[in-house]
Write a protein that binds this ligand. Structure first.
Ligand code: ATR
Length: 278
């Protein structure tokens, strides 16, 4: 292993990050000798820490909360989707020494839904609950799948309105408060609000699901989330947490860094088993 094989994830908090285990599994599967560490970075200290990491021979970084915007500023060059999202979760030391920024969150979500779960996105009516950084990162790849319509609802309506306006050139996107749901029904409901982290559930009308609706929570954990329980209770056709998205976004980062696509299914399985056993 050389210095060029040094990778890390920067975040705060970072203690419970599953990224080191995921990348270790990918590296073993693809016979790649690389080192990947989780690093807790102080708030306000991202640029300095990243500079030091790359000057010290680091090859690539994953970036998680709360540094995705800082990483966007830090990159010398952005992919189109990172530029759109104004958020970066993957940095790479490029061939000419420039730092390339990308955002693999949206691809991760789409691949998990379409490839792993077998859900179709094209032509669907999609509801996204929440309008924070997580949504910003996934809108472009989601809209590229050409849903019929996409409604973003958020506790703070103005944030959803702004996001919708920013991405309106990519499809039919609306944004606003929960009241916009009214009696409308959706084929796919994605929860991106962090309300569930405290066990709360956004106040959604039970009428919004049909018998064919799929519900996806970007959050994951050993137990079903409040949103997943709500979806099951209202007889959603299929329900998933966001562990697959986490592994898929990591796989896309791994591909950008190492040029190899790991198989994700066994890794999703491995991480879930470890999570449930903990
Ligand atoms: P992330 O990067 O995970 O998206 P974020 O940018 O802090 O994190 O966004 C959190 C999202 O969860 C926001 O949409 C937030 O709504 P507001 O914009 O109104 O703050 C939403 N959220 C957090 N707690 C919530 C709660 N108790 N009820 C409803 N929405 C909540």
């Amino acid at each position: 292993m050389t210095d060029k094989d040094k990778y890390a994830v920067f975040g705060n908090p970072i203690k419970h990050s599953k990224s080191p285990a995921i990348h270790a599994a990918f590296a073993a599967q693809c016979s790649q000798a690389m080192q990947y560490r989780a690093v807790r970075v102080d708030e306000g200290g991202f640029a300095e820490a990243a500079q030091r990491f790359f000057e010290g021979g680091g090859s690539g970084l994953n970036v998680t909360l709360p540094f995705k915007q800082d990483a966007c500023q830090f990159a010398d060059r952005l992919s189109e989707r990172a530029e759109r999202a104004q958020a970066v979760n993957t940095l790479k030391f490029g061939p000419g020494g420039e730092i390339e920024g990308d955002n693999t969150d949206g691809i991760g979500l789409v691949r998990d839904m379409v490839v792993n779960l077998g859900w179709v996105v094209q032509g669907l009516r999609i509801l996204i609950v929440g309008a924070g950084g997580a949504v910003r990162g996934v809108l472009e790849p989601l809209l590229r799948e050409r849903p019929d319509q996409l409604l973003i609802v958020n506790r703070t309506a103005a944030k959803a309105e702004e996001l919708a306006a920013e991405f309106a050139d990519l499809g039919t996107v609306e944004g606003g408060g929960y009241d916009l749901i009214g009696e409308r029904q959706f084929d796919l409901v994605i929860n991106a609000s962090s309300a569930g982290l405290s066990g709360e559930m956004p106040d959604l009308p039970s009428t919004l699901l049909t018998e064919r609706s799929c519900c996806y929570d970007m959050v994951y954990g050993p137990e079903p989330t409040a949103f997943m329980r709500w979806a099951a209770h209202h007889a959603a056709w299929a329900v998933s947490d966001g562990l697959g998205m986490l592994v898929e976004q990591a796989a896309q980062s791994f591909y950008l860094w190492r040029g190899q696509r790991p198989e994700t299914r066994p890794v999703i399985h491995q991480i879930r088993e470890a999570m449930e056993a903990a």
